[in-house]
Design a protein around this ligand. Structure first.
Ligand code: NI
Length: 164
Protein backbone atom coordinates (compact mmCIF):
# COMPACT_ATOMS: atom_id res chain seq x y z
CA UNK A 1 0.00 0.00 0.00
CA UNK A 2 1.08 3.52 -0.59
CA UNK A 3 -0.10 6.96 0.32
CA UNK A 4 -1.35 9.03 -2.58
CA UNK A 5 -1.60 12.75 -2.82
CA UNK A 6 -5.06 14.18 -2.16
CA UNK A 7 -6.27 16.65 -4.78
CA UNK A 8 -7.82 19.80 -3.38
CA UNK A 9 -10.55 22.15 -4.55
CA UNK A 10 -9.32 24.25 -7.45
CA UNK A 11 -7.82 21.18 -9.09
CA UNK A 12 -9.68 20.68 -12.38
CA UNK A 13 -9.53 16.93 -12.13
CA UNK A 14 -11.99 16.97 -9.21
CA UNK A 15 -14.57 18.47 -11.57
CA UNK A 16 -14.35 15.77 -14.22
CA UNK A 17 -16.65 12.79 -14.66
CA UNK A 18 -15.02 9.48 -13.80
CA UNK A 19 -15.16 6.48 -16.14
CA UNK A 20 -16.71 3.13 -15.22
CA UNK A 21 -14.28 0.33 -14.41
CA UNK A 22 -14.46 -2.54 -16.90
CA UNK A 23 -12.54 -5.19 -15.01
CA UNK A 24 -11.93 -5.34 -11.27
CA UNK A 25 -8.32 -6.49 -11.32
CA UNK A 26 -5.27 -6.25 -9.08
CA UNK A 27 -4.63 -2.72 -10.26
CA UNK A 28 -8.07 -1.64 -9.05
CA UNK A 29 -7.58 -3.49 -5.76
CA UNK A 30 -4.23 -1.74 -5.33
CA UNK A 31 -5.93 1.58 -5.99
CA UNK A 32 -8.57 0.81 -3.33
CA UNK A 33 -5.89 -0.23 -0.81
CA UNK A 34 -3.99 2.99 -1.47
CA UNK A 35 -7.18 5.06 -1.19
CA UNK A 36 -7.96 3.36 2.13
CA UNK A 37 -4.51 4.06 3.49
CA UNK A 38 -4.58 7.65 2.26
CA UNK A 39 -7.98 8.22 3.87
CA UNK A 40 -6.91 6.68 7.19
CA UNK A 41 -3.76 8.77 7.18
CA UNK A 42 -5.81 11.96 6.81
CA UNK A 43 -7.64 13.35 9.84
CA UNK A 44 -11.22 12.19 10.32
CA UNK A 45 -11.51 10.69 6.85
CA UNK A 46 -14.49 8.35 6.55
CA UNK A 47 -14.74 8.14 2.79
CA UNK A 48 -12.72 8.78 -0.34
CA UNK A 49 -13.33 8.66 -4.08
CA UNK A 50 -10.72 7.85 -6.74
CA UNK A 51 -10.70 11.33 -8.34
CA UNK A 52 -9.53 12.68 -4.98
CA UNK A 53 -6.26 10.83 -5.54
CA UNK A 54 -6.13 11.85 -9.19
CA UNK A 55 -7.68 8.76 -10.79
CA UNK A 56 -10.81 9.26 -12.91
CA UNK A 57 -12.33 5.85 -12.25
CA UNK A 58 -15.64 5.05 -10.55
CA UNK A 59 -14.19 3.67 -7.32
CA UNK A 60 -15.00 4.67 -3.73
CA UNK A 61 -13.89 3.51 -0.28
CA UNK A 62 -15.86 4.11 2.93
CA UNK A 63 -15.03 3.24 6.53
CA UNK A 64 -17.17 4.95 9.11
CA UNK A 65 -15.02 3.54 11.92
CA UNK A 66 -16.75 3.62 15.30
CA UNK A 67 -19.76 5.37 13.82
CA UNK A 68 -20.38 2.57 11.36
CA UNK A 69 -21.11 -1.14 11.23
CA UNK A 70 -17.46 -2.15 11.23
CA UNK A 71 -17.48 -2.80 7.50
CA UNK A 72 -15.06 -1.27 5.03
CA UNK A 73 -16.84 -0.61 1.76
CA UNK A 74 -14.64 -0.86 -1.32
CA UNK A 75 -16.99 -0.25 -4.22
CA UNK A 76 -16.61 -0.14 -7.98
CA UNK A 77 -19.13 1.55 -10.31
CA UNK A 78 -21.50 2.42 -7.42
CA UNK A 79 -24.94 3.67 -8.41
CA UNK A 80 -27.82 4.91 -6.31
CA UNK A 81 -30.81 2.97 -7.63
CA UNK A 82 -33.32 4.10 -4.97
CA UNK A 83 -33.48 6.89 -2.47
CA UNK A 84 -35.98 8.00 0.12
CA UNK A 85 -36.45 10.87 2.54
CA UNK A 86 -34.14 13.69 3.48
CA UNK A 87 -31.61 14.51 6.18
CA UNK A 88 -29.30 17.44 6.75
CA UNK A 89 -25.76 16.82 7.89
CA UNK A 90 -22.71 18.93 8.51
CA UNK A 91 -20.18 17.57 6.02
CA UNK A 92 -16.54 18.02 5.26
CA UNK A 93 -14.27 16.64 2.57
CA UNK A 94 -10.59 15.75 2.42
CA UNK A 95 -10.42 17.74 -0.82
CA UNK A 96 -11.93 20.86 0.74
CA UNK A 97 -9.78 21.51 3.80
CA UNK A 98 -10.85 23.96 6.48
CA UNK A 99 -14.50 24.07 5.50
CA UNK A 100 -17.68 22.24 6.50
CA UNK A 101 -21.22 22.74 5.30
CA UNK A 102 -24.83 21.70 5.80
CA UNK A 103 -26.00 19.47 2.98
CA UNK A 104 -29.38 17.89 2.30
CA UNK A 105 -28.98 14.20 1.47
CA UNK A 106 -31.33 11.26 1.12
CA UNK A 107 -32.20 9.57 4.43
CA UNK A 108 -32.02 6.14 2.82
CA UNK A 109 -30.36 4.87 -0.31
CA UNK A 110 -30.00 1.57 -2.12
CA UNK A 111 -26.70 1.32 -3.95
CA UNK A 112 -25.66 -1.26 -6.51
CA UNK A 113 -21.96 -1.78 -7.13
CA UNK A 114 -19.23 -4.33 -7.61
CA UNK A 115 -17.09 -5.31 -4.65
CA UNK A 116 -13.30 -5.69 -4.70
CA UNK A 117 -13.69 -9.15 -6.25
CA UNK A 118 -15.93 -7.93 -9.03
CA UNK A 119 -19.04 -9.46 -7.42
CA UNK A 120 -22.33 -7.56 -7.63
CA UNK A 121 -23.47 -6.17 -4.30
CA UNK A 122 -26.55 -4.27 -3.18
CA UNK A 123 -26.26 -2.04 -0.14
CA UNK A 124 -29.23 -0.66 1.76
CA UNK A 125 -27.99 2.29 3.79
CA UNK A 126 -29.49 4.85 6.14
CA UNK A 127 -28.23 7.84 8.10
CA UNK A 128 -24.46 8.43 8.03
CA UNK A 129 -23.71 5.64 5.55
CA UNK A 130 -26.37 6.98 3.17
CA UNK A 131 -24.80 10.45 3.42
CA UNK A 132 -21.35 9.12 2.80
CA UNK A 133 -22.36 7.00 -0.21
CA UNK A 134 -24.15 9.99 -1.72
CA UNK A 135 -21.16 12.29 -1.08
CA UNK A 136 -18.62 9.87 -2.58
CA UNK A 137 -20.74 9.03 -5.62
CA UNK A 138 -21.07 12.78 -6.24
CA UNK A 139 -17.26 12.96 -6.48
CA UNK A 140 -17.43 10.52 -9.41
CA UNK A 141 -19.52 13.07 -11.28
CA UNK A 142 -17.31 16.02 -10.39
CA UNK A 143 -19.64 17.32 -7.69
CA UNK A 144 -18.34 18.60 -4.35
CA UNK A 145 -20.40 19.10 -1.18
CA UNK A 146 -19.79 22.85 -1.34
CA UNK A 147 -21.87 22.89 -4.55
CA UNK A 148 -24.89 21.61 -2.63
CA UNK A 149 -24.35 23.12 0.81
CA UNK A 150 -27.09 25.35 2.16
CA UNK A 151 -24.66 26.85 4.67
CA UNK A 152 -20.85 26.89 4.78
CA UNK A 153 -18.71 27.16 7.93
CA UNK A 154 -15.01 27.87 8.34
CA UNK A 155 -13.36 25.15 10.37
CA UNK A 156 -12.17 27.54 13.07
CA UNK A 157 -15.82 28.17 13.94
CA UNK A 158 -16.28 24.56 14.93
CA UNK A 159 -14.39 21.51 13.81
CA UNK A 160 -17.18 19.00 14.26
CA UNK A 161 -18.11 16.75 11.39
CA UNK A 162 -16.42 14.10 9.34
CA UNK A 163 -14.31 14.41 6.25
CA UNK A 164 -15.52 12.33 3.38
NI1 NI B 1 -15.33 14.36 -0.31
Amino acid sequence: MALRQIREVGDELLRKKSRPVEVVDDKIRQLMDDMYETMKHADDGVGIAAPQVGVLKRVIVIDLGEEGDGRVYKLVNPQIIKQKGEQVCREGCLSVPGVTGDVVRPKEVVVEALDENGKKVKIKATDLLAICLSHEIDHLDGVLFIDKATKIYDSDEDSEGDND
